[in-house]
Design a protein around this ligand. Structure first.
Ligand SMILES: Cc1ncc(COP(=O)(O)O)c(C=O)c1O
Length: 406
C-alpha cells in the first residue's frame, strides 16, 4: 500500500492499513511461523539489537504478522482524530496472547506498590478477579464504585490521592452499563490520573476512546475484532509513544504474553470485515432488544440502545450504534435460565462473545456458578440473567429461536 495515499473510510483502513507488499508477491501476508530471524552478518545483528536498524529479532519481541495487526488496529482506533497540534493522532499498539495478557502489561507496566486503581462494579469477571485478588498481593489496591455517578468519582479521587489509574469498561459486562468517557477523562486529567478503557464490546467502529483523551485502549481481540471465534488475543494501545516503545514494550517482552503468527493472521483477516459485521450485529441487536422489551417471560432488558436504559444518553453521545451485546432477566430465575438455555435450537449455548453466530450464556449456572450470591448481586448477576451476543443470522430466525425457547 502507498502509505501516503489518504484513506478516509473505516473499511478501507481495515482492509489496507498495516499491509506491506510481500517479498514473494503473495496477496495475503503469509504466516511467518518462525521463532527467530536471521542477520546478513554479525554487524547487522548488532545494529538490530541496538535499535539502529529496524528488523525482527525473536517472535516474543515481534513478528510481521503481529505488526500488520498492530498497525491496522492503531489506524482504526485513531481514524479521524487529531492531536493537540492538529495532526493525525499517533498511537502505538502491542499485540498480546490474550486480553488478560494485555491487561497484565497495562497494570504491571504502569502501577507500583502503594498505588490505587479506581474502577466500577460491572466488569469482565477475569478483570475483576485480577484487580481484587491479584493486584492487592503487590500492594495495589482497588477502589470500586459506580462510576456513572460523577460526583462519587470526584469524591473518591479527592479522598484517595494515591489513585494512579482509572480502569473503565464501557459498555460493561454483563449489565451493559455505560460510563461517560469525556467527563471521567476530564476529571482524571485534572488530577493527573491515567485512564485505560476496555473497548472490547464496542470495537473502534462503534467507539473511539482516544477521541476523549484517554491514555490507553485495550481489547480482547478474541471477540468482535477477530469476529469468528477462531483465536484468543489481546491488544494494548497507548498514546504515549515513548512509554509504549520503551517501558511497556520491555514489560510485555519480559512477561512473555506474546501472540503467535497463526492467531495474528486469523485476527488480521477478521478485522477486514469489521464495519460490515458491526452494522449487521447492531441492527439485529436493536431488533432483538425491542422484541424482548415487553416480553411476558422477561422482567428486564439491559440494552443501552433502548431509550428506557439509564445510560442511553451517555451511550448515544459516545457510540455510533449501541452494538451487539444485550442481557435480559428471565422472570423464572435460575431454573428458568437453565430451561431456556436447554431449549435453544439455532443460537449457540456457550460463554464468550463476538462470533459471527448468536451466542447466549447464563452466568448464574456457568461463569459465575461458584461465586457467592451477595458478590454476584453486587456485580449485577441475577439468577435469571442471560447474556446475548447477537450474531449475523437473519433476524427472523433469531427471534423465532428465542420465542420458542421462552
Ligand atoms: C470485556 C472483556 N475484556 C477482557 C476480556 C479478557 O479477554 P481474553 O479472554 O481474550 O483474555 C474479556 C473476555 O471475555 C472480556 O469480555
Amino acid at each position: 500500500m502507498n502509505k501516503s495515499y489518504p484513506l478516509t473510510g473505516f473499511s478501507s483502513v481495515a482492509l489496507h492499513a498495516g499491509h506491506k507488499q510481500d517479498p514473494m508477491y503473495a496477496h495475503i501476508t503469509p504466516i511467518y511461523a518462525s521463532s527467530t530471524f536471521v542477520y546478513d552478518d554479525a554487524e547487522q545483528g548488532m545494529r538490530r539489537f541496538s535499535g539502529m536498524e529496524e528488523g525482527y529479532i525473536y517472535s516474543r519481541w515481534g513478528n510481521p504478522n503481529f505488526t500488520e495487526v498492530e498497525e491496522k488496529i492503531s489506524a482504526l482506533e485513531t481514524l479521524g482524530i487529531k492531536d493537540t497540534t492538529g495532526n493525525p493522532l499517533q498511537v502505538k499498539a502491542i499485540l498480546h496472547a490474550s486480553g488478560m495478557a494485555a491487561l497484565a502489561t497495562l497494570m504491571i507496566g504502569n502501577l507500583k506498590a502503594g498505588d490505587k486503581i479506581l474502577t466500577h462494579y460491572s466488569l469482565y469477571g477475569g478483570m475483576e478477579e485480577l484487580i481484587t485478588n491479584i493486584l492487592p498481593q503487590f500492594n495495589i489496591e482497588p477502589i470500586i464504585i459506580d462510576l456513572r455517578d460523577l460526583n462519587k468519582a470526584e469524591e473518591a479521587i479527592k479522598a484517595n490521592p494515591k489513585i494512579k489509574m482509572i480502569h473503565l469498561e464501557t459498555p460493561a459486562n454483563p449489565t451493559l452499563q455505560c460510563v461517560d468517557l469525556e467527563e471521567l477523562t476530564k476529571l482524571a486529567k485534572a488530577n493527573n490520573i491515567l485512564v485505560a478503557v476496555d473497548n472490547t464490546f464496542a470495537t473502534p467502529y462503534l467507539q473511539q476512546p482516544f477521541r476523549f483523551g484517554v491514555d490507553f485502549v485495550f481489547h480482547s481481540t478474541t471477540k468482535f475484532l477477530n469476529g469468528h471465534g477462531t483465536a484468543i488475543g489481546g491488544i494494548l494501545i497507548g498514546r504515549d509513544i515513548e512509554k509504549m516503545n520503551k517501558h511497556l514494550t520491555k514489560t510485555h517482552r519480559l512477561l512473555g504474553g506474546n501472540s503467535n503468527p497463526f492467531d495474528a493472521f486469523l485476527l488480521n483477516q477478521g478485522i477486514k470485515t469489521l464495519e460490515l459485521r458491526m452494522e449487521r450485529h447492531s441492527s439485529n441487536a436493536i431488533a432483538v432488544a425491542k422484541h424482548l422489551e415487553n416480553h411476558a417471560a422477561i422482567s428486564k432488558v439491559n440494552y443501552h440502545g433502548l431509550a428506557s436504559h439509564p445510560d442511553y444518553k451517555v451511550a448515544t453521545k459516545q457510540m455510533k450504534h449501541a452494538g451487539p451485546m444485550i442481557s435480559f432477566e428471565l422472570k423464572k430465575g435460575m431454573q428458568g435460565g437453565i430451561d431456556f438455555m436447554n431449549k435453544l435450537q439455532m443460537c449457540t449455548r456457550t460463554v464468550s462473545l463476538g462470533t459471527a453466530d448468536t451466542i447466549l450464556s447464563h452466568p448464574a449456572s456457568m461463569t459465575h456458578y461458584s461465586i457467592p450470591q451477595k458478590e454476584k448481586e453486587k456485580y449485577g448477576i441475577t439468577d435469571g440473567l442471560i447474556r446475548m451476543s447477537v450474531g449475523l443470522e437473519n433476524i427472523q430466525d433469531i427471534l423465532t429461536d428465542l420465542d420458542q425457547a421462552f
